[in-house]
Design a protein around this ligand. Sequence first.
Ligand SMILES: [Zn+2]
Length: 353
Amino acid sequence: MFEGKIIDTHLHIEGWVNEENNMEKGFEPYREERSLGAINVCALPSHNGAANNIMCMIYKLVNPKTYAHCGIVHLDQPIIDNPPCGFDPVTQYRELMEIGCDGIKMLEGKPSYHLSLGSDINRPTLEKLYDEIEKDGTHLIYHVNDPDEFWDRERAPKDAFEQGWFYGDLGYAPYEEIKRQAEIMMEKHPNLKVTFAHFFFSSKEPEYLEGLFEKYPNLCVDLTPGTEMYFSFESKHDYYRDFFTKHSDRLLLGTDGTFPWATRFHSWCCHTLIRFITTDDKMMAFNDRILTGLDLPEEACANILYKNFERRVSSEPKPINKKALIAYYEKYKPYISKEDIEHLDPLFEKYVY
Ligand SMILES: [Zn+2]
């Protein structure tokens, strides 16, 4: 029904090649298999610095109907409040928007990264950034917090330990504190056009999320798993059917599909989420647990599957300004690893210069 329209709003790039493709074509088999209308790649400068922003920009340059949300490179960790001249977050934000970024992605609220940056998402340099983003009406995808069980040795899933996402010791800020920091950010920037990733990890307290929706007209959350939230949706199926219908203008589709993972992973996830939203099928979903589709009304499905993103960002991706991209590469090159430069130089030769 939504053939050629659906947008996966939450994808990442973490490598250069897999068995199917090179990075710059990496999501194309996925896009084709699911007949997606567009994709949005979210940069992770926490992974490999400015190179990750550039990878996303090149992806966008090479492939039509690709949006990119890029991020701030923190040369100093923890963040110092007087960053080196020309590298403050606001200057970086302006550079990214000039290149042709469609929005900003931040991971600064994920507990592991949060700790390495100094445990406060409201540092003065970041506050100035939120001021600008709010003023411009730019879309911000923000990962703040993680599932509350990741702080609890008894309840944390095995993969939280394996991925380094167990926060029960070693000085990580508590779940409630990070949540409070996000609230403070919103209190100070009530019109921020922010999409909190992964349902803002609030699936166990949807009334709380509903309260935020009432207070902040531009706040959305995405449905990117966070598998735990799908267990909550299943356990309160009827409640959540109403919630999704009522708040369909606040929810966005995303898979967290990551290149160089094989296409089948994000393709399966996308297929599962579309079935969850559009049908009443009973399906085997995350952790091999049963998930029952919500079978939402058509207009609600359209909102979640593509309209909200188009309304919040734009109906077409912005073009890439090659001159600005070259200037960005030159400026950040001293901070990019040799290995990444070896991959980026030929891409610039082929597509940019
Ligand atoms: Zn993600």
